[in-house]
Design a protein around this ligand. Structure first.
Ligand code: ADP
Ligand code: MG
Length: 232
């Protein structure tokens, strides 16, 4: 059955904390990592422990890195950008990763005369959202299949949906999703969805997840647009 989940903004406190803590954590971690790398080279009998410690440090680093990204949610740099251009860039970027897994990424338009969709947005933050979502889609499919990025215009808003043919999610997983650090992946951070939904909400948009276990997942992002330019 189809499950829907609407994300509520619950990040403001986490964001405040994250900014301070993440910065403080980074420096000692870098120094720990350096000394562990030295140990790894010098003391062969303990190498496997050191390897585990290094990979755990990498995990902390990844989490801290993503926390730093949420840390400035209010600092949106809004500019008028063509959303199609933004999506093209992200799709091109992610295609290299997709190809390795035999996955194709396709773009589809509800109206083929659309040339530009001008959205007031923070381009880098929006790119981050679509990168996160397409990355999750690739990871959910593992090998083979298609990811469809569909662009659909409505009255004042545009919806971009990313549909995968991956493992989908159970009700339990859907209920957990979006909570801090919830991940089912080795080395995952469980922050991608939370950060992405936060960025979309900062753009006065909506972030919707629909998923069917064993069939796939569709993430829909709805944003207000300023103007649509069409072919003459
Ligand atoms: P991460 O990718 O680091 O685990 P995310 O916040 O991006 O963190 O995702 C959290 C969890 O939500 C994932 O570990 C996975 O279980 C689930 N998930 C997210 N996107 C999908 C998807 N497209 N298909 C199936 N499960 C997904
Ligand atoms: Mg992810």
């Amino acid at each position: 059955q189809l499950e829907k989940l609407q994300h509520v903004d619950q990040l403001s406190i986490i964001g405040e904390l994250a900014a301070g803590v993440a910065h403080e954590i980074r420096n000692p971690i870098t120094s720990l990592k350096g000394f562990l790398q030295l140990l790894e080279q010098n003391n062969s009998s303990q190498t496997s422990y050191v390897g585990i410690m290094l990979s755990e440090i990498e995990r902390i680093n990844a989490i801290v890195g993503e926390l730093l990204l949420i840390a400035k949610p209010r600092g949106l740099m809004l500019k008028e950008k063509n959303l199609i251009q933004v999506l093209n860039t992200v799709v091109t970027l992610m295609t290299t990763q997709a190809i390795i897994h035999n996955i194709q990424i396709k773009m589809s338009f509800s109206d083929s005369s659309i040339r530009e969709i001008i959205v007031n947005c923070d381009e880098n933050k929006l790119k981050q959202v679509f990168i996160n979502i397409i990355k999750n889609a690739i990871e959910a499919m593992k090998t083979e299949g298609e990811i469809t990025v569909a662009i659909e215009e409505k009255k004042d808003v545009v919806t971009v949906s990313v549909q995968d043919q991956g493992e989908g999610m159970s009700e339990e997983r859907l209920a957990q999703l979006g909570k801090t650090f919830f991940t089912t992946k080795q080395g995952g951070t469980g922050l991608g969805v939370m950060i992405s939904s936060k960025i979309v909400e900062d753009h006065d948009g909506q972030f919707l997840i629909e998923s069917e276990l064993g069939k796939g997942t569709k993430i829909s992002i709805t944003l207000p647009y300023k103007e649509i330019k069409r072919m003459a």
